[in-house]
Every structure is written in C-alpha cells, then in structure tokens.
Design a protein around this ligand. Structure first.
Ligand code: FAD
Ligand code: NAI
Length: 465
C-alpha cells in the first residue's frame, strides 16, 4: 500500500496548489484527480476558458465598434471554430503546466476517483475499474463545486446549458436567455452578446450581482444595457421546455402577477454553484456537511482528525485565488508552520468590459455594521490615460474609517481594473490609511492614477479633472 504524508482529493486550485506546496516543504504528497487533466474547474471549464473567450470576443467587438474611431478600418469576420480552438490550446498548455509542476515538486498524480474509507485511507478507482488504496497521515478534501440546478429547468448541454456548455456552443445564438445575473451569467452573456447574440438576463432579485457594492452594480448594469444586454429583474423562471431547435421559458414576476413566456434558441442556467462531495465517503470518518452541502472546518481542519478541506467545498468566496490561499495555508499548518487566510482581503473581479473589481467591505456592509466611514471617488472620465484610450466609463471608490482613515473597502469599475485592485490588496494587508495611498507617487499617464486620486478624494483634495 502506497504511503503518503498528504493525500489530496481533487486537482483544482484548492488541490494542486496544496500538492505543490507540500512537495516544496518536503512532504510526500499525492493528488487524486478523476478528470483526465489537472487544474479542476478553473483551468478546464472555468476561469481560463472563460477568460480566453472574453479576451477574443472583446477584441472582435472592439474591431467592430471602436477601431474606426482610432482610424483603423477593418471588416472583422468571426471564425468561431478558431476562437474555440485557441481557447482549447491555451487550456491544454495550462493543464500540462500543472503536470510539469507536479514532476518538479515530486507530487504523484493518482488518476481516478478518490473515496475516504476510514481514518488515513483513500481508495482510488481508476477509469478502467482498477482499485488501489493509499495510506495517508493527512487527507485534504479539495473536491470543489458544481453548478446548482433549478427545478423545471433540465440542463441537456444542447439547448439548455450550464457554464461548461456555454463555453463551447457550436454557433452564435440568435437569442440567449441567461438565468441568473451573477458573475458567470454576465461574463458568458457578454461573450455571446459581443459575438452577435441577443442576450436577455433573467434575475430573481431586483438588482444584478448580489454581493457587489450597490452603486457599482448600478453603473455596471447601465454599461451592460448600453451594450445591448437586456435585463428582466425580479423575475423567476418556473419552467423551460426544450425542443431540438428552441426553448420556451415560463417567467413569473417574483412580486406576483401574470406568468409570461420567453423564446430562446439557447438558455444558460447560472444561478450559483454548490459544493461537490458525491461518493467521497465522508460518512466513513463521521464528517457531516452543513445544510448547504459545505464541509464545516476550523482553519481547514474538519471534524475528523487528520482530515482537512480547502477551496469551494468549504465556506468563503468560491474563487480560484481563495482556493489557492486555502491550499497553501492548510499545507503550511499541516507542516507545523503558522498560516492563516483573511477572507476580507480576497479580491473579486468580473472580467467584462468595463471590468469590475473590489476588495474589503461594501458601503452596504459598513452601514449594516454601523461603522462610520468616509469615501473618495474618482471617475475614469477625469483620468488622462483613460481619456486618451477612449475608455472613460466607470470610477474608483475608496472607503476609509472615519476616525483612523484605515482603508476598509475599494470598489472599481472601468478599463481593466482587475489588474489594478492588487495595489489596494497590498495596502489593506498592511492596514494602510487612505492617506498612505494618496501620498504615494503613481506613474503618469496611467489608469493607476485614478486609484491615488480616489484616495486623495477621501480627504477632499483630488487634483486631476
Ligand atoms: P475545483 O476547481 O472544482 O476542483 C475540484 C476537482 O476535484 C475537480 O477537478 C474534480 O474533478 C475533482 N474531484 C471531485 N471529486 C473527486 C473525487 N472523489 N476524486 C477525484 N477527484 C475529484 N474563479 C476565479 O477566481 N476567477 C475566475 O475568473 C473564475 N471564473 C470562473 C468561470 C466559470 C465558468 C466557473 C464555473 C468558475 C469560475 N471561477 C473563477 C471559480 C473557480 O473555478 C473555482 O472557485 C475554483 O476552481 C475552485 O477550486 P477547487 O480546487 O476548490 O475546486
Ligand atoms: P452567482 O452567485 O455569482 O450569481 C447567481 C445569480 O443567480 C444571483 O444573482 C442570484 O440572485 C441569481 N439567482 C438565483 N436563483 C435564481 C433563480 N431561480 N432565477 C433567477 N436568478 C436566480 O453565481 P454564478 O454566476 O453561477 O457563479 C458561481 C460562482 O462562480 C460565483 O459565485 C463565483 O464565485 C464563481 N465565478 C467567479 C468568476 C470570477 O471571479 N470572475 C467568474 C465566474 C464564476
């Protein structure tokens, strides 16, 4: 029987980073992954393929609508198979990269489905049915999440798809209906809108992207509406009937009233994700999930001695970089080091155009906590680099403690702000005051000046306009 210091079940960001860190720290580690490739949801059917399509479709949209303003005259023609192929090629290169990192750090990839069969025991069933048992001093569960379902809406990956299906549609839909105005719905809705589809987003709540600062979400909705995405807020889908070519949806206002029907040729169901623990054998070590299916943990320790958990399968934001933080901190704890993750400092980014990025508290959260705060806001329409680039939509907003000036939250919408939010993550990790950022020289002309100007705005001395 193969013996390990750590056996990790799941090869996504919450698993492969754990394997690599374990290898770096000299622990004998194995990662059990049942998918044919490493990288989990993120590399195979999540972050990476979605960003490949967002990048390509944004360039296509720019060529159609923005190049002429710059004096570049082109007539772009969509080659969808090639767009999909470059996505697949990038994904393959990335998943192979993880294999190389495993070799470099002496991490074994055990191919097959892992099941805990008792304390320190993981049984792996390979695709051909062969069963092996691994013995482990520590087991890390990193089995991730799967799309949540909706009664009355059956995902067939033909006409009614989840995010995985929406990353590989065989044609540009005439009318794509997206159920759920969350991050997946708006990123993938944007992809297909840019490629020419009519897109209608149906959302249960009376706002889009719950969790995002409300003022930012309003600006975001306005920007997407300008791009032609239609929103049906406060509406729920109660049925979806698919034929070979079409889907008929039944929509009901949440507040009550007449049901309506909506026709589409494709439907994307994106109403959230739920933790995945099917067939994992949790009962063999007495672990019970909470009522939403998450594995309860205390600093990554489950209720079973020697069994740990990281990533989407435990509480916290369902994000790849959070799973990575979990993985590193969990392994460092196993190795006897001190480690922790501050979930308040996990940034979020929506990779649409404009992008939305934030870290820390929203205004709504600060108000609910009764915390006195000051705010500074700076529009990209007053930032010289954004003006020169004709990308003036959006703003940066900094929220700081009214008494101490400590930065409590930062919310940005604008050109590639996902690349800018890291500056505030570092500042907040060092518990910076807004004045620290306001008095730090930033290069001119860059969009990053908007970060500084927003911080200056907290004390009312914004200078650029
Ligand atoms: P996963 O990545 O889901 O990995 C779990 C792995 O475990 C899977 O490969 C699965 O096959 C394997 N597994 C499960 N059970 C077993 C078993 N019993 N035996 C063996 N293997 C098993 N996050 C971001 O931060 N940025 C983004 O831009 C982003 N974009 C996304 C876009 C989409 C369309 C989707 C769906 C998600 C996106 N996410 C993004 C979220 C991100 O993918 C997840 O937060 C992240 O993958 C979670 O990592 P994980 O390791 O916990 O789980
Ligand atoms: P989400 O939680 O972001 O949004 C789901 C939306 O669906 C919400 O607005 C919710 O109110 C709505 N909804 C729920 N039930 C509904 C119903 N019956 N009818 C209509 N609307 C309904 O979930 P989403 O978009 O599926 O994404 C899942 C997770 O994946 C995200 O929470 C995020 O953690 C991760 N992700 C991250 C990305 C990024 O970081 N850029 C990109 C894509 C996904």
């Amino acid at each position: 029987m193969a013996q390990y210091d750590v056996v990790i079940i799941g090869g996504g960001p919450g698993g492969y980073n754990a394997g690599i860190r374990a290898g770096q720290l000299g622990l004998k580690a194995a990662v059990v992954e049942k998918r044919g490739t490493l990288g989990g949801t993120c590399l195979n059917v999540g972050c990476m393929p979605s960003k490949a399509l967002l990048h390509a479709s944004e360039l296509y949209a720019q060529a159609n609508t923005e190049f002429a303003t710059l004096g570049i005259e082109v007539t772009p023609r969509l080659n969808l198979p090639q767009m999909m192929q470059q996505k697949t090629d990038s994904v393959t290169a990335l998943t192979k990269g993880i294999e190389l990192l495993f070799k470099k750090n002496k991490v074994d990839w055990i191919k097959g489905a892992g099941k805990i069969t008792g304390a320190g025991k993981v049984e792996v069933t390979a695709e051909d049915g062969a069963v092996t048992t691994l013995e482990a001093k520590n087991i890390v569960i990193a089995t991730g999440s799967e799309p949540a379902g909706l009664p009355g809406v059956t995902v067939d990956q033909e006409r009614i798809v989840d995010s995985t299906g929406a990353l590989s549609l065989p044609e540009v839909p005439k009318h794509l209906v997206v159920i759920g105005a969350g991050i997946i719905g708006l990123e993938l809705g944007s992809v297909w809108r840019r490629l020419g589809a009519k897109v209608t987003v149906v959302e249960f709540l009376d706002r889009i992207t719950p969790g995002m600062d409300a003022e930012t979400a309003k600006t975001f909705q306005r920007a997407l509406t300008k791009q032609g995405i239609e929103f049906r807020l406060g509406a729920k889908v109660t049925a979806a009937k698919a034929t070979k070519k079409n889907v008929t949806l039944t929509l009901e206002p949440v507040a009550g009233g007449e049901a309506q029907s909506l026709e589409a040729d494709y439907v994307l169901l994106a109403i959230g994700r739920r933790p995945f623990t099917d067939g994992l054998g949790l009962e063999s070590v007495g672990i019970e999930t909470d009522k939403r299916g998450f594995i309860p943990t205390d600093h990554f320790r489950t209720s079973a001695p020697g069994v740990w958990a990281t990533g989407d399968v435990i509480l916290g934001p369902m994000l790849a970089h959070k799973a990575e933080e979990d993985a590193v901190a969990c392994i460092e704890t196993i190795a006897g080091k001190y480690a922790h993750v501050d979930y308040n400092l996990v940034p979020s980014v929506v990779y649409t155009a404009p992008e939305v990025a934030w870290v820390g508290k929203t205004e709504e959260q600060l108000k609910a906590e009764g915390r006195a705060y000051k705010s500074g806001k700076f529009p990209f329409s007053a930032n010289s680099r954004a003006k020169i680039n004709h990308e003036t939509e959006g703003f940066v907003k900094v929220l700081a403690d009214a008494a101490t000036d400590e930065i409590l939250g930062v919310h940005m919408i604008g050109p590639q702000v996902g690349e800018l939010i890291g500056e505030y993550c570092v500042a907040m990790a060092f518990r910076a005051a807004s004045e620290d950022v306001a008095r730090t020289c930033h290069p001119h002309p860059t969009r990053s000046e908007a970060l500084r100007q927003a911080a200056m705005g907290v004390e009312g001395w914004t200078m650029q306009a």
